[in-house]
Structure formats: structure tokens, C-alpha cells
Design a protein around this ligand. Structure first.
Ligand SMILES: [Zn+2]
Length: 154
């Protein structure tokens, strides 16, 4: 189910759940490194709301594919796609703030090194920009971050 805000609020009232934000690089290919920790989280917390930016490729996609395998009362996905048409290059960053502002109990991150070599890239090896931004915003809000050990962490 793709919950709207009101639906989600109503659902959470009767189904207290751990709210897990997810962020990750679009080039992330290894599904098992996404599915295994999510399954562990679900076992531990019994119910999850998964707040996902819903990129079509990479980590977000693996998260969605995983979430769809469970009934809503166990795993409810709360999608926050970026509005690229309206906000252009800033859409992902605005979306990240929106995800964080909605509140979450933890953020899980699957971060690959950026390979863009764009003029605005910082020097040296650094994570993909959207994932970096989401982690930084969550951290600034005091949200615990879980990095995949198969990716970058900072
Ligand atoms: Zn870069």
C-alpha cells in the first residue's frame, strides 16, 4: 500500500510501528545487502513503516520490492518521491528534508562512492550526493543512522 499522510496517521494510531527511513545510491545493485538488514529490522520491531524516496533504481527500488512482499499491517511503505518537474535539481534535497521532518526512528543508508566528477563534487572519494544529503539531514535531526557495512559510512 502507498499510504497518504492521513491514512498513515490513522494506521499508526492503531498499529504502533518503528518508522524506518531509507536512503541509498541509485547504482546500488546487491539486493541481499538491502533485504537482509530490513528483514532483521522487521523481526526485531515486528512492524515497520518504511519511508522511502522511491528512486526507480538502486537501494530505494530494492527496499520497495522487499516491502511489497509483506501485508500492510507488517510493513507499510510511506513513499516520498522527489518532484523533479517542479523543483528541478533541488527536488531530491527538498524531499530528503520532508522525509526527515516527517519524523523517523532510524535511517538506513546504502551509500556508494560518487563517480560523477562534477564541478560541484567535493575533492576526494565521497558518497553519492543525495544519500549524503539525506544522512546529514537526519543526523542533524538527531536520528540514528545505520550504514550498510557493504557501502560507505561516515
Ligand atoms: Zn560527487
Amino acid at each position: 500500500m502507498k499510504a497518504q499522510d492521513a491514512e498513515l496517521a490513522a494506521w499508526l494510531k492503531t498499529n504502533p510501528a518503528f518508522v524506518l527511513g531509507v536512503t541509498g545510491s541509485r547504482g546500488w545493485t546487491r539486493r541481499s545487502s538491502v533485504w537482509v538488514p530490513l528483514t532483521r529490522m522487521l523481526r526485531h520491531h515486528r512492524r515497520l513503516v518504511v519511508r522511502n524516496g522511491k528512486a526507480r533504481r538502486g537501494a530505494d527500488r530494492h527496499v520497495s520490492d522487499w516491502a511489497e512482499r509483506f501485508p500492510d499491517h507488517l510493513v507499510l511503505e510511506d513513499p516520498h518521491p522527489a518532484d523533479w518537474g517542479r523543483h528541478g535539481n533541488q527536488a531530491g534535497f527538498l524531499r530528503n528534508q520532508e522525509m526527515v521532518d516527517a519524523g523517523m526512528d532510524a535511517l538506513m543508508a546504502w551509500a556508494l562512492p560518487c563517480e560523477k566528477k562534477a564541478p560541484w563534487c567535493p575533492p576526494g572519494e565521497h558518497p553519492t550526493h543525495g544519500t549524503f544529503d539525506c544522512v546529514e539531514k537526519a543526523r542533524a535531526a538527531g536520528i540514528p543512522i545505520h550504514f550498510s557495512p557493504e557501502g560507505m559510512s561516515w
